[in-house]
Design a protein. Sequence first.
Length: 232
Amino acid sequence: MKDNGALLIPEPQAVALLRDYGIPYPDHDLAHSAAQAVDIAERLGYPVVLKVVSPDVLHKSDVGGVAVDLTDAGSVAQAYEDISRSVLEQVPGADIQGLLVCKQAPPGLEVIIGALDDAMFGPTLMFGLGGIFAEVLRDVTFRVVPLRHRDAEEMVREIRGYPLLAGTRGHSGYDVPALINLLLAISRLVTERPGIEELDLNPVRLYEEGLLVLDARLIQGAAAGEESGPPT
């Protein structure tokens, strides 16, 4: 929970909401023990990623709440114990609801998409390339929702890094139509689900065909949480 009473929705519930809008996320399941994490990993296939699920942890990586490139049962079991210990050391008393075991996605180009309920403009969408492009170069664009197809297309095309998306130096480029459809889906989501204070999809990994959302952080406003509870 944030200081203003807003609720951090557990990632499995946030992902379920995304899937209601046709937004892809890697195959996953929630584990409540190291042995269960191994069973899930064996079923999904290696490599896998483990992520802590807790309403008390806003930034998982900052507290040792994520492990990637896990390629066998031993590394999964060890990561489960390491993450659980690290999170409780960094956030004493944290409510750990389990660890999410996700099929690790192939490499691709990473972008970020965010939505927030702006005090002046209302629900607003942000898009940009990930990593240094967003953090240092601030190569991002904004639009007030709801978006039309033309708005989403303009958001993608007006960033300085667009040539990386479209293809350059012999690379055929990435699936820009899928990215535009993702922006439109997020626009519909935040329009139809009032009370979402923040939604961060970071990173979203693009491929020549398709994309995957790799991490989703959803914060629901206090008033909305009191009226309807977290999304299901």
